[in-house]
Design a protein around this ligand. Structure first.
Ligand code: ME8
Length: 508
């Protein structure tokens, strides 16, 4: 079964920050995991380049909107390389193919009688590019604010509408029939309560600015930026050409999003698709929000975290590891340098890095750098293997299926701790004199354990685990989950080990 995974497409009004890197990283880990399991994956990310907010940002920068979006979009494309994202494509909503897809979807909705011309009067937040009902607003110093904290303005203009009000019951039925569609459950409950409270028709065009996809047959209007943006997920698969080679990836398996944009993905998007007689996505997963050392991340506070600066300081893989290890995915989390340093120095360098270095150095020194054969005692088989290593791939798979990245990593590190206990108990360095046959067996068991860890951790830390697998002598074609079933041959020559992680010395 082909697997289609997406990130949100990010607004190009500003440069990428840790939140963008986080969503993309989680999606990347999933994509790599499915590939490791032998599945065919299409992983999409990109940039959202239309709308009033981007138009304003371009004006403030004194640039033409296209030149501005070209420049900022490139920063997001660069981020995919610096975070080592394995995306198969990068979409920009200013591409001609995307305009075509949006207009085709629009025409289909018109044919189905789902769109009509009216006039919009209501509260709009440019920062969120979203409309809000009067009961959702709060007022401070004469200014009204959306629940997100964005100021709203009163908008009055002719507008096309999508008959969203007619879709409430069908959406509720869809959520009932597909309980996994919106996750986690808290978000599902919020969305269902919102839909149950009654949906109004959705304004889907604007006349007060120009930076958008023109409405087919009525150039005075540009499409509402969220309708334009959501369509990216099918543009990338060739829509409207449903015979395209990539169309078989639809419907998406997971739209990974932050909790701020659930409403668009879980209400508007499936309604548009069902109205156009296209299948809705299988799952929308909303993760939580990062704060910085306890504070909300915002440009005005000046505490925006630059993912590239973090990578420079701590190394890419420790940052990738930390972001998914520290906070239960779906909940809010706080970024702190001390926590990152602790994870790097403790789990990565001490628990995993040292274990690898000890085992591989002992094999170099005591086994002429060649892999010993498999000889397991009953205690080895029942303990380290049956209780920890053999079930580990399916434990990790179950956790990742539920997007519990932190628990997937915890399961691996529980086994790493056990392997550390095993090497301490067995003391292979002392066995050299007393029982050299047992020493070989113990070192082989530990080598097998390291191979399991390195294989399973590849999606999280691709570069470092590739280095570990090199040091373990695992050939490139034996690094998949399936390959774990085939033991490496006795006598395999192993290269000299080198440290995997650099500790941070001045730990807070
Ligand atoms: O909403 N913590 O784009 P956007 C965690 N263009 N994640 C965060 C975050 C934080 N502090 N800040 C941002 C848009 N994010 C639309 C999407 S999709 C068809 C259109 C992440 O640039 C999180 O994934 O505002 C959030 O949903 C996304 O960035 C918003 O990015």
């Amino acid at each position: 079964m082909p697997v289609y995974l997406t990130t949100p497409i990010y607004y190009v009004n500003d440069k990428p920050h840790i939140g963008h890197a986080y969503t993309s990283l989680a999606t990347d880990v999933l994509a790599r995991w499915h590939r490791l399991a032998g599945e065919e994956v299409f992983f999409l990310t990109g940039t959202d380049e239309h709308g009033q907010k981007v138009e304003k940002a371009a004006q403030d920068a004194g640039e033409d909107p296209q030149a501005f979006t070209d420049r900022v979009s490139q920063a997001f494309r660069d981020l995919t390389a610096s975070m080592n994202l394995s995306n198969d494509a990068f979409i920009r909503t200013t591409e001609p193919r995307h305009r075509e897809a949006c207009q085709a979807l629009w025409k289909r909705l018109v044919e189905k009688g789902e769109i009509y011309l009216g006039a919009y009067e209501g509260w709009y937040a440019v920062r969120d590019e979203a409309f809000y009902g009067p009961d959702e607003l709060t007022e401070r110093d004469g200014v009204k604010f959306a629940p997100s904290g964005a100021p709203v303005e009163w908008v009055r203009e002719p507008s096309y509408f999508f008959r969203l009000s007619a879709w409430g019951d069908r959406l509720l039925k869809f959520y009932e029939d597909h309980p996994e569609f919106i996750q986690p459950a808290t978000r599902r409950n919020e969305v269902m309560a919102f839909v149950k409270s009654g949906l109004t028709d959705l304004s889907i065009s604007r006349t007060s600015f120009r930076w958008g996809v023109p409405v087919p047959g009525d150039d005075a209007h540009v499409m509402y930026v969220w309708m334009d943006a959501l369509t990216n997920y099918i543009t990338a698969l060739g829509y409207p050409d449903e015979t395209s080679e990539l169309w078989r990836f639809w419907p998406a398996d997971v739209h990974m999003v932050g909790k701020d944009i659930v409403r668009f993905h879980a209400i508007y998007w499936p309604a548009f698709l069902m109205a156009a007689a296209l299948p809705p996505p299988r799952r929308v997963f909303a993760h939580g929000w990062w704060t910085n050392e306890g504070q909300k991340i915002s440009k005005s506070v000046g505490n925006v975290i630059d993912p590239l600066a973090l990578v420079q300081e701590f190394g890419l893989d420790p940052v990738r590891y930390f972001l998914l290890r520290e906070v239960p995915f779906g909940q809010d989390g706080d970024f702190s340098r001390a926590a990152l340093t602790n994870r790097l120095n403790g789990e990565l360098a001490d628990a995993l890095g040292n274990l690898a270095n000890r085992v591989l150095s002992l094999i170099q020194r005591n086994c002429e750098g060649r892999l010993p054969g498999v000889v397991r005692s009953a205690a080895d088989t029942e303990g380290l293997f049956a209780a920890y290593l053999d079930p580990l791939p399916s434990r990790v798979a179950e956790r990742l299926e539920k997007m519990e990245f932190h628990l997937a990593l915890e399961a691996v590190f529980e086994a790493v701790r056990e392997a550390n206990g095993y090497i301490t108990r067995e003391a292979p360095w002392a066995l050299k004199k007393t029982d050299p046959v047992r020493m070989l067996a113990v070192l082989r068991n530990l080598h097998d354990a390291l191979r399991v860890f390195a294989t399973l951790l590849q999606p999280f830390m691709p570069d470092t685990m590739a280095r570990l697998l090199d040091q373990l002598g695992v050939p490139a074609d034996a690094r998949s989950l399936a390959a774990l079933a085939t033991p490496l041959p006795e006598g395999l020559p192993l290269p000299a080990p080198a440290p995997l992680f650099q500790k941070i010395q001045n730990a807070a």
